[in-house]
Write a protein that binds this ligand. Structure first.
Ligand code: CP
Ligand code: NVA
Length: 308
């Protein structure tokens, strides 16, 4: 039994295994209905509990479909509707009870520490469905999506533009170390990656360049990624942050400075007209809808890996 909390917890070999399994499973189910189970139903008779402390469309839907395709079932628990560390029951006791009922837990939380301590009290695996610190499931889906169209990501250049200090950029930096990605971050100094992740990146020899010039950041790039300028629960002055990030909008001019074969990625939800223009997100280089679909395939593989 293994938890999937951060990309940095996994070895390069494990991440590669997860990606290859996702690739294999996706191709094997070509032609099947969206929620029809895979032939081998590896999760038959098993179930997953999902707890969302924050809103979610893709993570909620894609995990539910993933579990169905693996032949199992899932239950979504609203933290306000259960006893969940609010005085009536400690998180520890909730974790112990869930361990009796289901086989795996997925948690989306505002507090990464909660995720770690909840995981410690469970006797079943836990998957990080986004925390304030990281979003590893999304990054696995993004790498899978990149490789489907542009081949092995090793040695390729990915550009992260905009807010350089959020859960997505942290997980991307970790994946760059594990999968030999050349990572260029284009962000204002104020929203640069935080000290902890920078020192982790140095220690782990990430091929990382941070620049405040977005054009420099996309030069020779194979993929341009961005994210909402203000993340969920980001306690900032939104107006000020958006003003500072304005020069980092991904638009046609910025895209044309990357390689002609470059793709555009966004984890969604998107702030249209803010971090990206309609023209780019709806354009030929955008793979955002396939990226959302691939959450299903990457997460099936993550669930299997946790339980194997
Ligand atoms: N990308 C992502 O995690 O989307 P949701 O917030 O809709 O789950
Ligand atoms: N950084 C974003 C990702 C949303 C999927 C957030 O945390 O809101």
């Amino acid at each position: 039994m293994k938890n999937f909390i951060d990309i940095s917890d996994c070895s390069s070999k494990e991440l590669r295994e997860i990606l290859e399994e996702a690739k294999k499973r996706k191709s094997l189910r070509a032609g099947l209905n969206k929620s029809a189970p895979d032939e081998d139903k590896p999760f038959e008779g098993k179930s997953m509990a999902m707890i969302f402390e924050k809103p979610s469309t893709r993570t909620r839907m894609s995990f539910d479909i993933a579990v169905k395709q693996l032949g199992g079932s899932s239950i979504i628990l609203n933290p306000d509707g259960i006893h969940y560390g609010k005085g009536e029951e400690t998180l520890k006791d909730t974790a112990k009870v869930l361990s009796e009922y289901v086989d795996i837990v997925m948690l989306r939380t505002s507090s990464h520490e909660n995720l770690i301590s909840f995981g410690k009290h469970l006797s079943i695996p836990i998957i990080n469905g986004l925390s304030d610190k990281s979003h590893p499931c999304q990054i696995m889906s993004d790498i899978f999506t990149f490789e489907e169209s542009n081949g092995d990501i090793s040695g390729k250049t990915i550009s992260w533009i905009g807010d350089g200090n959020n859960n997505m950029s942290n997980s991307l930096i970790e994946s760059a170390a594990k999968l030999n990605i050349v990572l260029k971050i284009g962000c204002p100094k104020k929203y640069s990656p935080n000290k902890n992740i920078i020192s982790w990146a140095k220690k782990n020899k990430v091929n990382l360049k941070i620049t405040s010039d977005p054009y420099e950041a996309v030069k020779n790039s194979d993929c341009i990624m961005t994210d909402k300028w203000v993340s969920m629960n980001d306690k900032v002055n939104k107006k000020t942050k958006k003003k500072i990030l304005k020069p980092y909008q991904v638009n046609k001019k910025l895209m044309s400075n990357a390689k002609p074969s470059a793709i555009f990625m966004h984890c969604l939800p998107v702030g249209r007209g803010e971090e990206v223009t309609d023209e780019v997100i709806d354009g030929d280089q955008s793979v955002v809808w396939r990226q959302a679909l691939n959450r299903v395939h990457a997460q099936k593989s993550i669930i299997k890996w946790c339980l194997d």
